[in-house]
Design a protein. Sequence first.
Length: 327
Amino acid sequence: MALRRKPPPLRQWEPLENAGKRVHPRPMLTVAALYHFTRFPDPAALRGPLLDLCMGQGVKGSLLLAGEGINGTIAGSRAGIDTVLAHIRTLPGCADLEWKESPAPSMPFSRMKVKLKREIVTMGQPDVDPKARVGHYVSPQEWNALISSPDVAVIDTRNDYEVAIGTFTGAVDPGTRSFRDFPAWWEANRDRFHNKRIAMFCTGGIRCEKSTNWLLQQGVDEVYHLKGGILKYLEDVPQDQSLWQGECFVFDRRVSVGHGLVPGQMSSCGACRRPVTPEARLDPAYEEGVRCPACKDEYSDADRARFRERQRQMTLAEARGEPHLGA
């Protein structure tokens, strides 16, 4: 007689009726990161139908609409994402929309937001026009050779907290708190890059569309940028051939991804939303949902009390198996 295997222990979140039964894992969700510069004469008219479609398809995330185009990241089932992307491609000038996909084991967003903005990525330079002219696109396969050249200066255009957890070997970190700070940083540092070719990169490519256009306006002759951004590089370039060090910050609950776009080891501070490394979580200044070493001096006692209460409510909701936000 064959011996029956002892059933696996019941997991805390597993319904009692599933004890000892084979429970099929949930299918992976699809995360789509996209942007497209085009002319939207009336962005407000596009918002309602787009939001309604996303909600109806169970797609969550954040999309920005402006007169200059669309930008954002969404997540959902394969069918839901395909339906929303098909709709976006019908918008004015979006037939050739490109996007980048990655898997997620659970929904990385709480809700669906479609917002109207003045810019889909805020640089604050009214004369910048990526539709007119941008730098030379460089594929991920050609990127290593370019940035290894001695006459090339490699500039990371992302925010300081993003650079802190990962960047390309030898890249210059401008130390900017926001993309609005980049033009002032360039003006103060441009002499450092005399007679250099400039290679720029960002998470998905959208910042480089604006920053390369701006540098060309400033008289920089040779400007290059990584096509598809870091996400495309991590997807296409094998780890043993990579010049990327660390992880790449993403603006959802995954917090970071690594090679192959697998979720990384970072978590997010419940107070300041900066990425938190496994080592920082061991720091005495770290308190889950309340503070991290980077923001330990940035909030009042009243703020900390509010954060603690929010974390308590989140813990209670998790114990009940209920979502705390975005139900």
